[in-house]
Design a protein around this ligand. Structure first.
Ligand code: SF4
Length: 363
């Protein structure tokens, strides 16, 4: 039977505005759009990393030059464009600013995330069963869950409130922001019924350098204070020193100062990994290096000419060096390179040459 095309109720401009993603907030040069997620708990097959992930927002205002997650934003914009749902600054900027910049300027807020998650975790559902069997949930794999949007929209907090109702989970939260300490009350409730660890990302203690690399992220000192407050509240907290940026943040003395400060702040573990540069990240990062660190531009071009990761020698040196530092300062360690979850360094890699000689020199 042929489908009957009903006439539009309103003029085309009005129809379009009804379809469009609503602007729900603005902050300097950032616009926030409300979206309705169908699903917020992405399975291991989607992440390719052996855990479940939740990202309350798409896009991130912190604007780190090395961010690997920029590609996630493009998919949302393309889907909205295909459904004729672009409006306002998003429509104006489509094609006018590069996708890596749109990632920082147009943030999508999954307003119904907590409701959808509550439905997904109904007792006895397939996902709920997988999670109480021991699978991990990682919050903040592709966007910071405590970026400035969270101050207003509180989507991450709402998600945590849902998770607090479910005992027996294994939850990891990754963030650069001390805003996470706002939620110590709900984190403490989760901790009483589930496994919980918070990972604060920190790649340098140098405030001026951090400002160049992560222009809108909180200062290193405020992140260390967050580590202290979480630790004092009895929440297990580690630090992600990732990515280590060759020639920029890999000075052995600086890395040692960072590990020492992290341990003194109460962290119990540290994860480290050298910079990987996949397609979208490369488009942002290499021009950034050419502009901000021109003396490193050729070396970076050569180092990443044939692969998205650094040489085996560099990665082995980094792994051995960080393992030694962590032992010295009483931290558990994990070093990431190609595999998302590498095991502890073997005794063979611990016997690698002194990285003080190889770290900054072997890109
Ligand atoms: S905080 Fe994380 S998600 Fe946000 S821009 Fe930086 S690296 Fe990307």
């Amino acid at each position: 039977m042929p489908t009957v095309q009903l006439p539009a109720l309103f003029p085309p401009a009005v129809e379009k505005s009804l379809r469009a993603l609503p602007v729900i907030g603005e902050q300097r040069d950032i616009t926030y759009y409300g979206t309705h997620a169908q699903n917020v708990l992405n399975g291991p097959q989607a992440t390719g990393m052996g855990f479940w992930s939740i990202n309350p927002y798409t896009g991130c205002a912190f604007g780190c030059a090395y961010c690997y997650a920029r590609y996630t934003h493009r998919y949302v914009v393309e889907r909205a464009a295909a459904a004729d749902r672009l409006t306002g600054p998003l429509e104006r900027d489509a094609g006018a600013i590069p996708p890596w910049l749109a990632f920082e300027r147009h943030i999508f807020v999954k307003r119904n995330a907590a409701v959808v998650l509550g439905r997904t975790l109904r007792h006895g559902s397939e996902k709920h069963t997988a999670l109480i069997r021991g699978d991990s949930i990682v919050i903040g794999t592709a966007t910071d869950p405590y970026q400035p949007a969270e101050r207003t929209f509180r989507i991450t907090r709402q998600i945590l409130e849902v998770l607090a109702e479910h005992p027996g989970l294994d939850i990891v939260i990754i963030s650069k922001s001390p805003l996470i300490t706002r939620d110590i009350d709900v984190l403490s409730r989760i901790r009483r019924r589930s496994r919980l660890s918070v990972h604060i990302s920190l790649i340098t203690l140098d405030r001026a350098l951090a400002r160049r690399l992560e222009p809108r992220a909180p200062t290193p000192e405020s992140r260390l204070r967050a580590v202290r407050r979480l630790s004092d509240a009895g929440i297990e907290v580690g630090v992600n020193c990732m990515p280590v940026l060759p020639g920029i943040t890999d000075n052995p003395r600086d890395l040692e100062a960072l590990v020492r400060a992290v341990a003194a702040a109460g962290a119990t573990r540290l994860a480290a990994g050298g910079l990987r540069l996949q397609h979208e990240a490369r488009k942002r990062y290499l021009p950034f290096i050419a502009q901000e660190f021109p003396h490193l531009a050729d070396r970076y071009q050569r180092a990443y000419a044939h692969s998205h990761h650094l040489s085996d020698r560099y990665r082995d040196g980094l792994r051995a060096f960080m393992a030694r530092l962590c032992r010295r300062y009483g931290l558990r360690t994990r070093t990431y390179d190609d595999e998302p979850e590498n095991s502890e360094p073997s005794s063979a890699t611990e016997a690698a040459p002194d990285p003080q000689l190889v770290l900054p020199l072997t890109m």
